[in-house]
Design a protein around this ligand. Structure first.
Ligand SMILES: O=C([S-])c1cc(C(=O)S)c[n+]([C@@H]2O[C@H](COP(=O)(O)O)[C@@H](O)[C@H]2O)c1
Ligand code: NI
Length: 411
């Protein structure tokens, strides 16, 4: 399970997001190969490693051919420009390209959010919002680029922490507008996206493109614990002078699912238990999921009757001694628990490894189990379920057929 965490203490723009993605290690050549599928000429992307406030990060920029000056995004007064592109035209351009379906969907969703916000702010119909020639090119690269980056990273979740904007007003093509700029405010409407004000910064930190990325892709906000191993971290720099470090920090966490591979037939585990009469079943299911993502060997809840005849749950998790502090902190922060018990235990386990096997029903994960000369196999239940949904065949029928097939093949 891969989680991207954005620390948006200095806001977010399209350039900052892509800068951070390249700083995380996204391949520029693979990115450009995807972006070229749009077949839009007239620009080059610049990815430059540099340092600010002694911190190394990446500057991302879209440079237009002929050194045309970049303008400010969108233009609702189309008569000032000759080659305006409206939302429908940009949507067509994306949908007709050879980009992956998942990339197209994400990019169109983000563009739509901006166009809807612009239409609302300027009192126009959606089809009358025009992205003028220069601004459109910049927005297309930033937005389609963001969708490509998400796809390349193969993320399961995007967490956004500390999303901040400045205060005061800024001058844009419309004239003087308040910060957060109107299109950003519009995108925040009817959402619970928390924007923190930075009274020390008197300029815009969140641009409409940055807000569209967060609104369309963000899954969680201000999460105190991120499960998994922190594998990479990077900084994407912003263009505005803010008086402090103007960067977006991106961190990539990977939590491998436990129990995938076990090479020993016995080990020592730590069993942690806590009795809870004030946690809902809904909450506990999330805690159990998080504990597994955090690397617990197992986690479950047992129904119990507590003092004063209260129906309650005993929450249990298995971990190792080295992880004791992590999981004690986890249980105290993720549940209402104010105390817990621990036991160190000996465990006997079958050696196991998962193999991917091609069968006439498709590809299945097969768990190979062995213990002192005893061998058995089982089929991954998630794969059987997927196949059952696809084919309409029963769970039991698929399970037996797949087991029979692998036995016949002798694999
Ligand atoms: O040009 C228009 S219509 C425009 C509208 C708004 C509103 O909030 S309304 C904001 N801006 C500013 O343009 C730049 C570029 O934004 P990107 O998202 O394209 O990077 C930024 O300063 C916006 O606040 C333009
Ligand atoms: Ni506008």
């Amino acid at each position: 399970m891969k989680t991207l965490v954005l620390d948006a203490f200095s806001g977010i723009s399209g350039d900052m997001f892509l800068g951070a993605m390249f700083d995380l290690g996204l391949s520029q050549s693979e990115f450009e190969e995807q972006l070229n599928k749009l077949k839009v000429p007239g620009y080059q992307i610049v990815v430059e490693r540099t340092a600010r406030s002694s911190i190394t990060g990446t500057n991302f920029d879209v440079v237009l051919d002929g050194n045309l000056p970049k303008d400010q995004g969108f233009d609702e007064h189309q008569h000032h420009h000759h080659h305006g592109r409206n939302f429908m035209m940009i949507k067509q351009l994306i949908l007709q390209s050879n980009l992956k379906t998942a990339v197209k969907e994400k990019a169109v969703k983000m563009f739509e959010q901006i166009a809807l916000a612009e239409a609302k702010v300027h009192g126009k119909k959606l089809e009358d919002v025009h992205f003028h020639e220069v601004g459109a090119l910049d927005s297309i690269v930033d937005i389609v680029g963001a969708a490509i980056a998400f796809d390349m990273l193969q993320l399961d979740k995007l967490v956004v922490n500390n999303l901040s904007d400045g205060v005061g007003t800024i001058k844009i093509a419309h004239g003087i507008v308040p910060v957060p700029v109107p299109a950003v405010m519009e995108m925040q409407l009817n959402t619970a996206i928390p924007i923190q004000k930075r009274f020390d910064v008197h300029t815009e930190l969140i641009t409409p493109t940055g807000m569209a990325i967060i609104k369309c892709m963000g899954n969680e906000f201000n999460t105190s614990i991120t499960n998994g191993v922190l594998e990479r971290t990077g900084y994407g720099f912003g263009k505005r002078e803010t008086g402090s470090l103007n960067a977006l920090r991106a961190s990539l966490y990977n939590s491998k699912l436990s129990q995938q591979q076990v090479d020993e037939t016995n080990d020592r585990v730590l069993l942690m238990e806590t009795n809870l009469d004030d946690a809902t079943g809904q909450q506990l299911s999330i805690t159990i999921k998080r504990a597994l993502e955090l690397g617990a060997k197992d986690a479950w809840a047992e129904p119990i009757i507590m003092k004063k005849g209260r129906p309650a749950y005993k929450l249990c998790l298995l971990t190792v001694a080295e992880q004791q502090e992590t999981f004690v902190k986890f249980l105290f922060s993720d549940t209402p628990a104010i105390g817990l018990r621990m036991k160190s235990m000996h465990r006997e386990i079958m050696e196991r490894r998962i193999e991917q096997v091609q069968t006439s029903y498709g590809k299945f994960g097969i768990k190979r189990l062995s213990y002192c000369g005893l061998n058995k196999s089982s089929v991954e239940y998630d794969d059987i379920e997927k196949c059952s949904q696809k084919t309409g065949k029963s769970f039991e029928e698929i399970k037996l057929a797949v087991l029979q097939e692998i036995e016949n093949k002798g694999v």
